[in-house]
Design a protein around this ligand. Structure first.
Ligand code: COA
Ligand code: MG
Length: 296
């Protein structure tokens, strides 16, 4: 079983926005992406870098995972961002526009050369046409000596729309193939994968539908842009009480002495196999981690 840290709701905030960085300490998001890239104007980049590094070093975010999104290494700010992020020691650094396994390795080498703590993980944005075509090799980079920090894909659907010409439509038919390809690549190599943002944050029904669709595709959670999206997202990506009850029944069934040697048994008139007991154990473990977080 891989990492069971809940990553249902992952909220972006501009690194230049002091009020958002402070407010985030009270929000129910599982993870926070403190952004130095798209959400920050060129003139504000240096100030945002300092502000974000200070916020991460000062802490106060409780169990929320802290991720710093840097500018790409080919931009004028990338090097300084990566250095400041590495030294601040967040849970992860998120790098945009990654397109090859070599991109992952290059970032890994730079972090190692700086003596970055092994606890600082690497998340990558999947947001260009080439990244869609190279999804498996990018995920597989985690098995290379320089890629071991890689733990998570983040779908960048706005950039993907810009770069491909595919439209952002309700139901996301134009992007389904890419979303599923990235889910398969991530899961093949044991990575988590966080869905793209829903821009129209006033449209609660549309947002809920997209959260549920992402969950059904196999996404771990969803990136968010506004605090009002957090509760809907957390609920869509949490198992319901009925699902947790069912999971306990399935686990229990295989623990009965008479079922110890069986591969498949009947629970409430339905066939369940040992693989269902494995899924059930994961459901219960994630629910326990979420409950522990809600109590903290
Ligand atoms: N993170 C933390 N707090 C946020 C927030 C965010 N992403 N977005 C809004 N808030 C806070 C505001 O500071 C405000 O707090 P207050 O009531 O204590 O003053 C409150 O939530 C309500 O905000 P609201 O007035 O509805 O929104 P806004 O007009 O201030 O901001 C956006 C709207 C879209 C500009 C803002 O939500 C935002 O910057 N989102 C993130 C954008 C981003 O990071 N994009 C990059 C990745 S796609
Ligand atoms: Mg972008």
């Amino acid at each position: 079983m891989s990492d069971i840290r809940p990553r249902r709701s992952v909220l972006y905030m501009p690194g230049s926005n002091a009020r958002a960085l402070e407010k985030a300490k009270t929000l129910a998001a599982d993870a926070l992406i403190l952004d130095l890239e798209d959400a920050v104007a060129p003139d504000a980049k240096d100030e945002a870098r300092t502000r974000v590094a200070e916020a991460v070093a000062a802490g106060g975010y409780g169990a929320r995972e802290l991720i710093i999104r840097v500018n790409g290494l080919s931009t004028p700010w990338g090097e300084a961002d990566l250095a400041a992020a590495a030294d601040a020691g967040p849970d992860a650094i998120l790098v945009p526009k990654v397109e090859t396994a070599e991109d992952v390795a290059e970032i890994g080498r730079r972090l190692a050369a700086r003596g970055t703590d092994a606890g600082v993980k690497l998340w990558v944005m999947m947001e260009t046409p080439l990244a869609m075509l190279n999804a498996a090799e990018i995920a597989a980079a985690r098995h290379g000596a320089d890629g071991v920090r890689l733990t998570c894909f983040v779908m960048g659907t706005n950039d993907l729309a810009k770069e491909t010409g595919a439209r952002l439509l309700p139901g996301r038919m134009p992007m389904l193939a890419w979303l599923s390809t990235c889910v398969a690549a991530a899961r093949a190599y044991g990575l988590d994968i966080i869905d793209g943002v829903f821009n129209d944050f006033g449209d609660e029904e549309g947002f809920r539908a997209e959260c549920e669709a992402g969950r059904d595709l196999g996404m771990t959670g969803k990136t968010l842009i506004h605090p009002k999206q957090i509760d809907i997202c957390n609920s869509a990506f949490s198992a319901s009480a009925a699902e947790i009850d069912w999971a306990r029944k399935v686990i229990d069934a295989f623990e009965q002495p008479e079922n110890r040697d069986k591969g498949a048994v009947t629970v409430d008139g339905r066939m369940v196999e040992r693989l269902h007991a494995e899924i059930a154990k994961r459901t219960v473990a994630i629910a326990a981690a979420i409950a522990a977080r809600e109590e903290s």
